[in-house]
Ligand binder design. Structure first.
Ligand code: NAP
Length: 448
């Protein structure tokens, strides 16, 4: 019986875990092509996980093993919907798995949001991670104050990178220009703003605790802002992680400042109402708010002005559509039946599956994608008999079609060449790796 041919769109953790689960089982022979719009695999592991989270970054070793499997091909630098249409993919593969993540940021919808100096944490993360689509330093580091809106793990990552002494970051894979900019940074005060109370913050305990372990950084918490109302007390009583977070925040609030060079101010019950200009960010107006019984946030009219030269909104990511792929604008996801099978106009669409953030929204940690990948593989394999019989289209290799169109596809070997070039570049500077941060440089490196 001929093998099942599967295309996975997106070579991040969700896509690669799916490929792994499809190959690991032995009942059905499956050949997998993993496509990515970038010349490099690993998605948010490479361009989202903070460079100083080395343990998390080491997951790349596991994901690389998936690409090293002879039944898995990496086809990088291929834009689905542009270089190849969805119909062309569906003609050539028995099944297509959408694993293209949630690439763009959500917005605040307040005056001044588009002033120079006000940008998304996504852009800042892309910059310090050396994403090839980045444009310049996303955040001006020439003013002592920076506001980070949101109290999720991205906000914590961004605050930590802004506050951490640059010398500690030299052992990471950050591009040279990023290290140089961070070295010139005059930022001393990072204000992280949660509109709700500490019991409703989204950061995880390990990430929060790490802020208190930074050299020469004071974490400043105001006791009045972490006082819990009855609803928050009940939430904390029933959730040990929240309880540990609140306990840590209380400990910080009781600690006198040590006179450290930099401070991270963790603020609660404040929402941004206006980014102040007129020509670039010169401050942020915030309003004290309270959480109503129905969970909504309501302003009290009491305002405060923060002295900041940059505003980074870390208020969550959002998925964007690919031409021809069903998409729910409201949730920013590809609709599924709950078991990774894609719905078109409410009905199951045979041969289409979705995993990871584009399926469930931007929640969970990297490991969550392993379960997603397994679920998608299970659903796809359960459908194997009908999938094999239903494909009417071409049997030619997608690679030939792409090359006939002049697409410079980066293969698994091409990625290995990039990997080797980055390690070499890092070695010359006494670092484990230095990222190549532009698409032309990556493509040149892929050619060896
Ligand atoms: P997130 O966890 O959804 O947090 C978003 C934050 O933005 C929340 O505090 C939210 O507050 C706030 N927010 C949303 N809209 C707002 C508005 N209009 N005004 C003010 N605040 C607003 O998103 P994220 O930090 O981008 O993280 C995305 C996912 O990646 C999460 O699952 C996260 O755990 C994961 N991640 C993990 C790591 C790690 O494991 N180290 C690192 C980075 C990211 P409300 O609750 O009030 O809406």
């Amino acid at each position: 019986m001929r093998p099942l041919r599967v295309a996975v769109v997106g070579a991040g953790p969700a896509g690669l875990y799916t490929a792994d689960a499809l190959r690991f089982q032995k009942q059905v022979e499956v050949l997998v092509d993993v496509l990515d719009r970038l010349p490099t695999p690993f998605g948010l592991l490479r361009y989202g996980v903070a460079p100083d989270h080395l343990k998390m970054k080491s997951l790349a070793v596991t994901l690389q093993r998936v690409l090293d499997d002879p039944g898995v091909r990496f086809l990088g630098n291929v834009v689905c919907g542009a270089d190849v249409t969805l119909d062309e993919l569906r003609d050539r593969y028995d099944a297509v798995v959408y694993a293209f993540g949630a690439a763009v940021d959500r917005r605040l919808g307040i005056p001044g949001e588009d002033l120079p100096g006000s940008t998304s944490a996504t852009a800042f993360v892309s910059w310090y991670s050396g994403h090839p689509d980045r444009s310049g330093p996303a955040c001006s580091l020439d003013h002592p104050g920076v506001a980070v809106v949101g109290v999720g793990n991205v906000a914590v990552d961004v605050a930590r990178i802004l506050a951490k002494p640059v010398d500690v970051l030299r052992s990471t894979d950050m591009p040279d220009d990023v290290l140089a900019a961070l070295e010139r940074s005059v930022v001393t005060d990072v204000h992280v703003l949660g509109r709700r109370g500490p019991a409703e913050a989204r950061f995880t305990h390990k990430e929060l605790r790490e802020l208190g372990e930074l050299d020469d950084v004071d974490v400043v918490v105001r006791p009045d802002e972490i006082a819990l109302d009855a609803r928050a007390e009940a939430a904390v009583a029933s959730d040990p992680v929240l309880a540990r977070n609140v306990e840590l925040l209380r400990a910080w609030s009781a600690r006198p400042p040590t006179g450290a060079a930099r401070r991270i101010h963790l603020r609660f019950g404040l929402r941004p109402v206006e980014v102040l200009g007129p020509d670039r960010v010169v401050g942020l107006r915030v309003e004290r708010c309270r959480v109503e019984n129905d969970g909504t946030v309501r302003g009290t009219g009491e305002v405060e002005q923060l002295d900041v030269g940059a505003v980074l909104r870390a208020v969550g990511y959002r998925g964007t559509p690919i031409d021809g792929v069903p998409f729910d604008e409201r949730t920013g996801t590809v609709p599924t039946d709950g078991s990774a099978r894609v719905l078109r106009d409410g009905a199951l669409s045979p041969g289409e599956y979705a995993v990871g953030w584009i399926m469930r929204g931007p929640t969970g940690v990297l490991g969550t994608n392993r379960a997603d990948g397994q679920d998608a593989a299970d659903a796809l394999l359960a459908d194997a008999a009908s999938l094999r019989g239903s494909r009417a289209g071409a049997d030619d290799d997608l690679l030939e079609l792409l090359e006939s169109r002049g697409v410079q596809v980066v293969s698994t070997n091409g990625w290995s060449a990039i990997d080797a070039a980055e390690v070499l570049l890092g070695g010359e500077q006494g670092r484990p790796r230095t990222k190549i941060a532009d698409r032309d440089g990556l493509l040149a490196a892929s050619r060896g």
